[in-house]
Design a protein around this ligand. Structure first.
Ligand SMILES: Cc1cc2nc3c(=O)[nH]c(=O)nc-3n(C[C@H](O)[C@H](O)[C@H](O)COP(=O)(O)O)c2cc1C
Length: 330
């Protein structure tokens, strides 16, 4: 897939997810074959006013890998300055959030509320496009529409492309749906049919397996797939999709050894890159993710809740996996 001057392979993206797609998790997904990661949405207003917590979330990918920064807001000035900040830390693309359904975001008339103001949405894209260098694509992620009576994704996307958007991601749910019900692949197909061929359309929503990924591509004609919840605790999904797209056999689900290795890698990354105050919480979350479905995982998860230091949790995790490995070998 080509986004303006950027080649992205494999054409599978990690969805921006607040409090999930931090640098450690993005790194794991990159190491497992995802084509591109994007930070969680960051308030343009908070960035330009120097809010440290928000600034800390605007992190470049490791080892010089390409990444996108997602921003949200409705003030042209702040959006332009935030986009410039993203470029100054090396972002390869700037994505504008026009899909968030959260009440606090809608209250500020940002996120998916912008789907009700296509002219303002166009002005924002045009302004940000002008603010960043030509080589940095400006992209937008939005929903199917506000509700079932306002499924305006195709004409909304076209308006954004006319304003300079180089890629459109469509989450096939309406704002009214939030995260419930099914994501519509039909609306993503309509967006693909509406936009000029050289503008990539990314299909998003409910892709949890390699088969879902194939179905999304076949039924919508999308140029790439973006995966959110299906990747949580399962970065191996990218390994499988990347293999299938390259015409190689699917390496299949992770072994117990794979799970232990990834937990160790995730912990190593968190120790270095997660804010100290959140490290324990994040480590407990990772322990729950990678032990899910294994015998005794509920008790293990429960025990991690009572440990407040990093090293004892690591020792407990090592014991948990060693026991399972021995049991499998016996
Ligand atoms: C915990 C969580 C946080 C999210 N945060 C963002 C965000 O920061 N920006 C965004 O565009 N979408 C956000 N989303 C929406 C996802 O990017 C994605 O569009 C949605 O989850 C549907 O895809 P999926 O079915 O693959 O999860 C979030 C979703 C979840 C579950």
């Amino acid at each position: 897939m080509r986004i303006g001057p950027l080649d992205v392979f494999p054409p599978v993206l990690l969805a921006p997810m607040a409090a999930v797609t931090d640098l450690p998790f993005r790194t794991l997904c990159e190491e497992h074959g995802v084509g591109l990661t994007i930070t969680e949405f960051l308030s343009a207003h908070a960035l330009v006013h120097g809010a440290q917590k928000t600034l800390d979330k605007m992190t470049p990918s490791l080892d010089g890998r390409r990444f996108g920064v997602q921003i949200f807001g409705r003030e042209e000035d702040a959006m332009c300055r935030a986009a410039e900040m993203a470029v100054s830390i090396g972002a390869s693309l700037v994505d504008i959030n026009m899909g968030c359904p959260a009440k606090r975001v809608i209250a500020g008339a940002c996120g998916s509320a912008l789907m009700k103001e296509p002219e303002l949405a166009q002005r924002l894209v045009r302004a940000v496009r002008t603010a960043v260098p030509d080589g940095v694509p400006v992209t937008v992620k939005h929903r199917a529409g506000w509700d079932d009576q306002h499924l305006n994704a195709p004409e909304f996307a076209l308006a954004l492309v006319e304003a300079g958007a180089a890629m459109i991601t469509v989450h096939g749910r309406t704002r009214a749906q939030g995260f419930t019900g099914a994501a519509s692949r039909a609306i993503i197909r309509r967006v693909r049919e509406t936009l000029p061929r050289h503008i990539p359309v990314v299909g998003n929503g409910d892709v949890l397996t390699v088969e879902d990924d194939t179905r999304m591509r076949e039924e919508t004609g999308c140029d790439a797939v973006m995966i959110g919840r299906g990747a949580m605790g399962n970065p191996w999904l990218f390994r499988s999709i990347a293999a299938r797209l390259a015409g190689h056999p699917d390496p299949g689900p992770p072994t117990v050894t794979d799970r232990l290795a990834i937990l160790r890698r995730h912990l190593e990354l968190m120790k270095v890159h997660s804010p100290p105050k959140r490290v324990i919480h994040e480590i407990r979350k990772a322990c729950a993710w990678y032990t899910k479905g294994l015998p005794g995982c509920a008790q293990f998860r429960e025990r991690t809740q009572h440990i407040t230091e990093i090293e004892p949790i690591l020792a407990l995790a090592d014991d948990f996996f060693t026991l399972r490995l021995v049991a499998r070998a016996a």
